[in-house]
Design a binder for this molecule. Structure first.
Ligand code: ADP
Ligand code: MG
Length: 259
């Protein structure tokens, strides 16, 4: 029998004026799973992430994370609860270095208040050194350690996604949400991304991702949720999803059907 889900989304709904972007969507994510959300553009995938992370407030429905209702909570509260995310349109601090961007994520976990930091107390300096070391190790995990001192703005789009993954990991999440992490990556880089996601999973962090690269989704996911016009039309293991007539018609198309 399965244990309590880490994330339990029940009848989640979001209306923007007359548009129902997310319509009564329910799904569960269990610890140590890699779960994917797929669907055509405009299906409501990013809105689901926004509802899970406090960027948007649900119109109705509940979001239980580790049995706590987090629906409608502010983003920083959600981060502290243990959910981190990356953005489809990356949101980095362009003028900061690659390393500093990761340290910003780390800050969400640090104990020192701003005044103690300014006083430069030994405990604070130690915390800062530890934080730097941790940030370097996360850059190594995503393969960006050689770019630590470059401005984040210098990175191509694919590497920005990787940097956002490192920054999200710096908040020490139990669940990480990745919004189209393979966008802008070539085949070789996508293979590296798969390795990174396996490592994240290996570190005991559960992964929920939105992704269009179907070979990546089918390779790394334990389960897939399919959205279309805001509603869930299918959920299950990748092999079954690939053969689902409704999913093929809505999203996967003839190419997969013929394969
Ligand atoms: N803040 C918003 N205000 C109004 N409409 C929005 C907003 N965010 C998303 N939408 C609409 O909700 C629908 C789902 O968008 P989105 O979640 O971004 O889709 P996906 O990520 O699956 O491509 C789209 O029709 C989009 O235009
Ligand atoms: Mg999106």
């Amino acid at each position: 029998m399965r244990t309590v889900p880490l994330l339990d989304v029940v009848n989640l709904t979001k209306q923007f004026g007359g548009l129902t972007a997310v319509n009564e969507v329910s799904f569960r994510v269990y610890r140590d799973q890699v779960k994917a959300i797929i669907g055509p553009n405009g299906a409501g995938k990013t809105t689901v992430f926004n509802l899970l992370t406090g960027v948007d407030k649900p119109t109705s429905g509940t979001v239980l994370f580790d049995n706590h209702d987090i629906a409608g909570k502010k983003p920083h509260v959600v981060t502290k609860t243990g959910i981190a995310r990356t953005f489809q349109n990356t949101q980095l601090f362009a003028n900061m270095s690659v390393l500093e961007n990761v340290m910003v994520g780390r800050h969400a976990r640090m104990n020192c208040g701003i005044f103690r930091c300014m006083l430069g107390l030994p405990a604070v300096r130690r915390e800062d050194a530890e934080s730097k070391e941790k940030a370097h190790s996360l850059l190594k995990l995503v393969g960006l350690e050689k770019k630590a001192d470059k401005p984040a703005d210098d990175l191509p789009i694919g590497e920005r996604h990787l940097l956002e993954i490192a920054r999200a990991l710096a908040t020490e999440p139990r669940l990480i949400l990745l919004d189209e992490p393979a966008a802008g990556l070539n085949n070789e880089e996508t293979a590296c991304l798969a390795e990174i996601i396996y490592k994240i999973k290996g570190n005991g962090i559960t992964v929920l991702l939105v992704e269009h690269d179907m070979s990546l989704v089918m390779e790394i996911s334990d389960e897939v949720v399919v959205l279309n016009f805001g509603a869930k039309i299918a959920e299950g293991p990748p092999l079954l999803i690939q053969q689902d007539e409704q999913v093929i018609q809505a999203y996967l198309g003839q190419a997969v059907h013929d394969a």
